[in-house]
Design a protein around this ligand. Structure first.
Ligand code: 8X3
Length: 256
């Protein structure tokens, strides 16, 4: 893939095949960016890119597994200048206690959430810097700022993503790249909880049971789009966003 010099500034979104990633691609396209949608599921991102293009936006799709460093490096060679990178790919696997959870789940969550973000950010940092005004967004979670029972490997991975964002911000200060961390709480999407519970829809539904209005993917995309469209000298270091019914990771109001 080669990407011709674009008149519009380029925004790359990982995990853009569904949920927050897809909504963010829509939001950034509407904000005037040329969006590059990446995810493993090529059919989904191609369909979304076609939909955005038909609606008059500028969008393209590129199938990518963020844990495959060689593939990420090849992808990065297509870009000389990037305005925005949204590291959204990731997710949760399992909700078992530390004593019994599956180490394979922990490893996979570290790979997708942390190393995936590291791979893509490292590979695209030169292009973000070359743009003269780059923005790295790290989609962490409220799980990156406090733990909860059964959170285990997901909480650990999200804490690592938070540390990645904070450390990178320290290390690149003085360059024209800002680092924004968005930490959503309870967001009801089609796939997050279903994936976490291995496709068990009953367990997935319990996560949101009785919660009046969990956040939607669009709520989070709106937050991301707002943060990246602030003037270049404004760095939203960290933005925690939860539904009103959720006061903390462990304090959720449920109507019975
Ligand atoms: C998702 C929030 O509460 O399921 O990142 O960990 S939570």
């Amino acid at each position: 893939m080669t990407v011709a010099a674009a008149t519009k500034r380029i925004a790359i979104v990982t995990g853009a095949s569904s949920g927050i990633g897809a909504a963010t691609a829509r939001g950034l396209a509407a904000a005037g960016y040329r969006v590059v949608l990446t995810a493993r599921r090529k059919d989904r991102i191609e369909a979304l890119a076609a939909e955005l293009t038909d609606a008059g936006h500028d969008a393209m799709a590129y199938a990518l597994d963020v844990t495959d460093r060689a593939a990420v490096d090849t992808f990065a060679t297509a870009f000389k200048k990037i305005a925005v990178l949204v590291n959204n790919a990731g997710g949760a696997l399992g909700a078992d206690p530390v004593a019994t959870s599956d180490p394979a789940d922990w490893r996979r969550m570290y790979e997708t959430n942390v190393l995936g973000t590291l791979n893509v950010t490292q590979a695209l940092l030169p292009a973000l810097t070359a743009s003269g005004d780059g923005t790295v967004v790290v989609l962490s979670s409220t799980a990156g700022h406090g733990t909860y029972e059964g959170g285990g490997g997901y909480v650990a991975a999200k804490h690592a993503e938070h540390v990645l964002a904070e450390t990178l911000r320290l290390e690149i200060v003085g360059t024209p790249v800002r680092v924004i961390e968005i930490a959503p709480g309870m967001v009801k999407t089609d796939e997050f909880a279903l994936t976490r519970f291995g496709g068990d829809s009953e367990k997935a539904a319990k996560v949101y049971a009785g919660v009046a209005d969990p956040l939607t993917a669009e709520d989070v995309a709106d937050t991301i789009t707002w943060a990246v469209t602030r003037p270049p000298h404004v760095n939203i270091d960290l933005l925690v966003v939860r539904p009103r019914a959720q006061a903390s990771n462990t304090k959720v109001h449920r109507e019975s």
